[in-house]
Design a protein around this ligand. Structure first.
Ligand SMILES: NC(=O)c1ccc[n+]([C@@H]2O[C@H](COP(=O)([O-])OP(=O)(O)OC[C@H]3O[C@@H](n4cnc5c(N)ncnc54)[C@H](OP(=O)(O)O)[C@@H]3O)[C@@H](O)[C@H]2O)c1
Length: 276
């Protein structure tokens, strides 16, 4: 019960990673406030947590709407108490096209993946500063580190979110507020379910959420995982463009978000994680 008597807010909790994160934090004793657009899914999550004896409340909101996001998070704060932990996890992934440029998709990725994080933080920060206490985490992606053809919008929106969180961490040093940047690799969620390629070191969302909760508890500054894909992606930054483009070859815009055309070096490891 590492989060007993604490209040955690999780955005993007209606499916995938956020759903599992909410359950994992509730299992650790936290009262959880969950947000996303699909209220029926949030209500089902709240019911599941309450059935196990946990405390939970939900609010439906589009995190790209600044005023409504602030109001929704503050209403959860009024129901559950002062917020100790925010996990800004809402996100979308869409391919980036070039001819013509799919401006609306790119804009949506920035509004949700980047500004959605900022909006949620704006809702919790004043009280955390007042209390000189709190923990803010944002779910970015390993895609923030690697330029990928056909993924300009997604990679850029995640890189912006990562840098925002990294700067905020330094800014909040004197206020007693911790900030964690979370960069996962591939997780089996609705976001990746249409991927037709082999996703190296694919993780199950419950496994990924437990890894994240452990990292949050340890107040990690940046949590890149799994380490194997982190190593590969950081290594690729040192490779010439022609090589990276060749490895990631494919027509721009045809690939799914987060797509990496690299073979799984250890397929059995993937199987192991699937089983776990
Ligand atoms: N899956 C991966 O391999 C992977 C890898 C790296 C990073 N990530 C990141 O992990 C986070 C969770 O993704 P996931 O894989 O769990 O995908 P997912 O199952 O599609 O979940 C995305 C969540 O974000 C919410 N969301 C989307 N747009 C929203 C909006 N405008 N306002 C409020 N909530 C919104 C969705 O809820 P509603 O539709 O109900 O609003 C849903 O709960 C994302 O930030 C994603 O970029 C995922």
């Amino acid at each position: 019960m590492r989060y007993a008597n604490q209040v955690a807010i999780i955005t993007g909790a209606s499916s995938g990673l956020g759903w599992e994160l909410a359950k994992a934090l509730a299992a650790e004793g936290a009262a959880v406030g969950v947000l996303a657009r699909r209220k029926d899914r949030l209500d089902a999550l709240v019911a599941e947590i309450q059935a196990k004896g946990g405390r939970a409340a939900a609010a439906a909101v589009d995190v790209s709407d600044r005023k409504r996001t602030i109001a929704a998070i503050r209403s959860l704060r009024d129901q559950l108490g002062p917020i100790d932990l925010l996990v800004a996890n809402s996100g979308i992934g869409r391919p980036t096209l070039v001819d013509p440029i799919n401006h609306e998709d790119i804009d949506a990725m920035f509004q949700i993946n980047t500004m959605g994080v900022v909006n949620a933080i704006e809702a919790v920060l004043p009280e955390m500063i007042e209390r000189r206490k709190g923990h803010i985490a944002g779910v970015s992606s390993l895609a923030a580190y690697l330029p990928m053809p056909g993924e300009s919008g997604y990679c850029a929106s995640k890189a912006a979110a990562s840098m925002y969180l990294d700067c905020l961490r330094l800014h909040m040093r004197d206020y007693g507020i911790d900030v964690t940047t979370i960069c996962p690799g591939f997780i089996e969620t609705p976001m990746t379910e249409t991927n037709t390629f082999k996703m190296p070191w694919l993780m199950q969302p419950d496994v990924a959420s437990r890894c994240i909760v452990n990292a949050l508890y340890r107040k990690k500054k940046v949590y890149n995982f799994p380490w194997q894909l982190t190593f590969l992606i950081k290594f690729a930054r040192w490779m010439p463009d022609w090589l990276v483009a060749w490895v990631l070859r494919g027509k721009a815009g045809e690939r799914q978000p987060g797509m990496l055309r690299v073979p799984s070096v250890r397929p059995e490891a993937t199987q192991h994680r699937r089983a776990g």
